[in-house]
Design a protein around this ligand. Structure first.
Ligand SMILES: Cc1cc2nc3c(=O)[nH]c(=O)nc-3n(C[C@H](O)[C@H](O)[C@H](O)COP(=O)(O)O)c2cc1C
Length: 175
């Protein structure tokens, strides 16, 4: 199984990236392609700029998706929305291929320091990704990241950990 993994954040200390790295440990057999969204930074999308063509990074992001069997991502939340870094990649890619996620299976996560765990970004993803070719198999939101997670032990809260493990199990059984 080839996994394309990313956090929807351009933060060098992204908590969503930390969650992605933890989740990837559940796929020890997989071939992992974990990217940093900073390597896909492009000018802010505009209809004027696209007249000059599309940035190479947008094609590369789409090619990463094309080459995978499963997308594992964790989306950050800014003002109850995706981060501008992810939205910009999404916008550019959508103009090249409206099926951004190319019918690939997805494990979509969110986390934030707050009690809703990026739930607004999650709701947005659930609502719109299917229209952009995303086949969401499972989702997981981790609330109160700094209370519920450390890099050594992963998810600390036992109820949340059991939920996470069950979702990974279901995903792998139905893959
Ligand atoms: C401009 C801004 C807006 C934010 N808005 C929200 C929000 O609406 N909901 C939320 O749960 N967290 C919000 N946060 C907190 C982020 O979830 C937090 O910064 C988190 O670390 C972002 O994820 P990342 O570390 O993966 O980039 C916001 C942070 C910033 C800087």
């Amino acid at each position: 199984m080839r996994i394309f993994a990313f956090a929807g954040s351009n933060s060098s200390t992204s908590i969503n990236k930390r969650l992605v790295i933890f989740a990837l440990k559940s796929f020890p057999e997989a071939e992992i392609n974990l990217i940093d969204l900073n390597d896909y930074e492009m000018p802010i999308f505009s209809v004027d700029r696209e007249k000059a063509g599309y940035p190479e990074q947008a094609y590369l992001f789409l090619e990463n998706i094309n080459q995978c069997d499963l997308i594992v991502c964790s989306l950050s939340e800014n003002n109850r929305n995706f981060s501008v870094a992810f939205k910009n990649v999404f916008d550019w890619c959508s103009r090249i291929n409206a099926k951004v996620f190319q019918d690939k299976k997805m494990f979509v996560m969110t986390t934030s320091p707050g009690g809703f765990g990026g739930g607004n970004s999650m709701n947005l993803a659930k609502n719109i990704f299917p229209a952009f070719g995303g086949n969401i198999l499972q989702t997981f939101s981790l609330p109160k990241f700094y209370e519920n997670f450390n890099d050594e032990d992963g998810i600390l809260d036992q109820t949340l950990l059991a939920d996470f493990n069950q979702k990974i199990k279901d995903l792998q059984e139905n893959f």
